[in-house]
Design a protein around this ligand. Structure first.
Ligand SMILES: *Cc1c(COP(=O)(O)O)cnc(C)c1O
Length: 370
């Protein structure tokens, strides 16, 4: 029996997700002590997670034998206060990835299509194909979302559009006036998932109150995460804001206890830890300048980034990735995103950024510049 053949063709067509290499794996494979390895591969928070979140986790451990609140009441209540939307307009997820899957589960099926961009977050094509729906990949413009082309790509059978702003792995950003103009063009029966995993890293002058847009566009779904600026990637927790009818459909397909109790408690505490968020933002701003200056000094091109990472043209991404790995520096090769010349590097602490730049110079000297 071939158990691959038993799966539907549309599942077999999914390209496996390539995660960032864990430190422990690199230590095992290359015989480098874990303490000598730095990971700048998964857009994790280099400051760790905040003390308030840690304290909440410790308290929550005492009730680990109980199922979590399947409705994530406290977390949704805190988010409802923060954003001024009713609790019925909020769903919590096991990371925002979880919610992307549920939105697709609720609205996509064989015979319908969804639009996303070239170089988009890998989860969009995976979740669309997993439903047996058709993915429409729209060529990028200057590495970013080509919103005009994406609007034009919408067909009568299209039910959904995915837009990450800023986008990962390119770091590109579409000004919100353009996103708003896009929303005006999209038919009301097409759900637009605006993935704002990185919007906390935007400078104040580029930010927009997209929550207020929900009143104007009931087909808009916002997804947010605690995994990036709040530093809770290992716990897996995020949320979506949307029309209550959309939330109702998502809740029907959602796993009843999708967000664990420790993650719920940590997220509630993290929401109020403004100092930690500010320090993360400041570290990111300074680290971005440090990395960009260093990359320029090496004579390399990079994609200007609005996230907590920067994507650099190193000539041959796979070779440079491996040469960096041998030096104990883990970055992310992104050939799977149709960017074989680039690697994506997460902004780290100042000494980590410096180590990356020094190792990159050595790596380029070793493998050449493609
Ligand atoms: C990291 C990331 C997310 C967040 O995923 P989680 O499941 O919340 O960890 C969502 N979208 C994009 C584009 C990302 O890069």
């Amino acid at each position: 029996m071939n158990y691959a053949d038993l799966a539907p063709a549309y599942v077999r067509a999914i390209a496996p997700y390539q995660p960032g290499k864990p430190i422990s794996e690199v230590a095992r494979e290359l015989g480098i002590p874990e303490r000598d390895i730095i990971k700048l591969a998964s857009n994790e928070n280099p400051l760790g997670c905040g003390e308030a979140a840690k304290a909440a986790m410790r308290r929550a451990i005492e009730e680990a034998h109980l199922y979590p609140d399947g409705a994530a009441f406290e977390l949704r209540a805190a988010l409802s206060r923060k954003w001024g939307v009713p609790m019925e307009a909020i769903v919590a997820g096991n990371g925002s990835n979880d919610l992307l899957d549920y939105i697709a589960m609720a609205y996509l099926a064989p015979g319908v299509s969804a639009v996303y961009a070239q170089h988009c977050f890998a989860v969009y094509p995976i979740t669309v194909l997993a439903r047996g729906a058709t993915g429409i990949k729209v060529p990028a413009k200057a590495y970013g979302n080509d919103l005009d082309a994406m609007a034009a790509a919408i067909r009568p059978d299209t039910r959904m559009v995915f837009i990450a702003n800023p986008n990962n792995p390119t770091g590109t950003f579409s000004p919100y006036a353009q996103i708003r103009a896009f929303m005006e063009r999209v038919p009301a029966e097409v759900i637009v998932v605006l993935d704002e995993a990185y919007n906390d890293f935007l400078p104040p002058e580029l930010r927009e109150d997209t929550v207020a847009w929900l009143k104007d566009f009931p087909n808009l779904v916002l997804t947010r995460t605690f995994c990036k600026i709040y530093g809770l990637a290992g716990l897996r927790v995020g949320y979506m804001l949307a029309d209550p009818q959309v939330c109702d459909m998502v809740n029907r397909v959602r796993a009843p206890f999708n967000v664990n109790a420790i993650a719920q408690a940590a997220a509630v505490a993290a929401l109020d830890d403004h100092d930690f968020v500010r320090r993360t933002y400041e570290n990111n701003r300074a680290g971005m300048a440090q990395l960009v200056d260093g990359v320029k000094a090496l004579g390399l091109d990079y994609i200007p980034s609005y996230g907590n990472f920067v994507t650099v043209d190193v000539g041959d991404g796979a070779k440079v990735f491996n040469a960096l790995l041998r030096r104990g520096v883990i970055v992310r090769p992104i050939a799977g995103y149709e960017l074989p010349r680039h690697v994506r590097v997460t902004i780290g602490l100042p000494h980590e950024n410096a180590r990356f730049l020094a190792s990159l110079a050595e790596a380029l000297a070793e493998v050449g510049r493609g």
